[in-house]
Design a protein around this ligand. Structure first.
Ligand code: 13P
Ligand code: ZN
Ligand code: NA
Length: 281
């Protein structure tokens, strides 16, 4: 059933687990998340990126909203990494539950002004907003330690930002990266602990693909209640089609779609168990 992202994350925060927010691209992805969440009686969040939206438009939002609503467990739909006010407004209009107003590439002041404006807009529509303080990299290759640290969330700045913007959730940057970790992941848990001390809103960790179980668990203990997952599910889906392209004699597209759903569902189910949200619906 469609549930607010706020309610899903507040409950996770209260009981000390985290909820997976899965970046999806199509019906197979939506079915994979709904099936996995229902099988494990877990809440889940479907999220979509602006570039997917440019391709799929309002019908894709409608598909995700319908899929979330049809589920027998709490689910919401979230717009991920969006820096365009008109796209955010369009998604809110279409009925999604939350957005990441991503001003992380702007200066602090511009990020604050943008986030504040989007938060007012979202709240008017009964939706909520995630913001990002610090900048999550696509890769940490080639960066010095000082460069990496400069991109990390400054706990005091995060506190001031949340107070001034009225934002509902905060994405932290503590060494997490989007996509593959090219060297062993290293997260700055002291920094996360400091953010948690200063703030009581739900915290979000992007780049969850590639993080080992122990780091996921430590992050949850330190207040992360939403993990963003894209790469691992997407890779599995692409592998499936690549394999199929090599060996497949199957001509029934529907069977292939079901099988593709199944392989993504396995990855989603693993994440749901790792995040501790199984049995929390
Ligand atoms: P991964 O691709 O590393 O899972 O990161 C996903 C993400 O943070 C989406 O916002
Ligand atoms: Zn992200
Ligand atoms: Na990652």
């Amino acid at each position: 059933m469609l549930t607010s992202t706020q309610a899903i994350l507040e409950k996770a925060q209260r009981y000390g687990y985290a909820v997976g927010a899965f970046n999806l691209y199509n019906l197979e992805g939506a079915k994979a998340v709904v099936n996995a969440a229902e099988a494990d009686r877990s809440p889940a969040i479907i999220q979509l990126l602006p570039q997917i939206l440019r391709y799929g438009g309002v019908p894709l939002i409608a598909l995700f909203l319908e899929a979330a609503d049809s589920a027998s467990v709490p689910m919401s739909v979230h717009l991920d990494h969006c820096e365009e006010a008109d796209v955010i407004a369009m998604c809110l209009e279409a009925g999604i539950q939350s957005v990441l107003a991503d001003g992380s590439k702007f200066s602090y002041e511009e990020n604050l002004a943008f986030t504040r404006e989007m938060t007012v807009l979202a709240h008017q529509q009964g939706a909520t907003v995630e913001a990002e303080i610090g900048r999550i990299s696509g890769t940490e290759d080639g960066m010095t330690v000082a460069e990496k640290e400069a991109k990390m969330t400054d706990p005091d700045q995060a506190k001031a930002f949340v107070a001034a913007s009225g934002v509902d959730f905060l994405a932290v940057t503590i060494g997490n990266v989007h996509g593959k970790y090219h060297s062993a992941p290293r997260l700055d848990f002291d920094r996360l602990a400091r953010v948690r001390q200063l703030l009581d809103i739900p915290l979000v960790l992007h780049g969850a693909s590639g993080l080992p179980a122990l780091m996921i668990q430590r992050s949850i203990e330190l207040g992360v209640c939403k993990f963003n997952v894209n790469t691992e599910v997407r890779q599995r889906y692409l592998e499936f089609w690549r394999e199929y392209g090599k060996t497949g004699s199957q001509t029934d597209l529907l069977d292939c779609q079901k099988a593709a759903t199944g392989v993504m569902q396995e990855v989603v189910a693993q994440k749901i168990r790792l995040f501790g949200s199984a049995g929390r619906a």
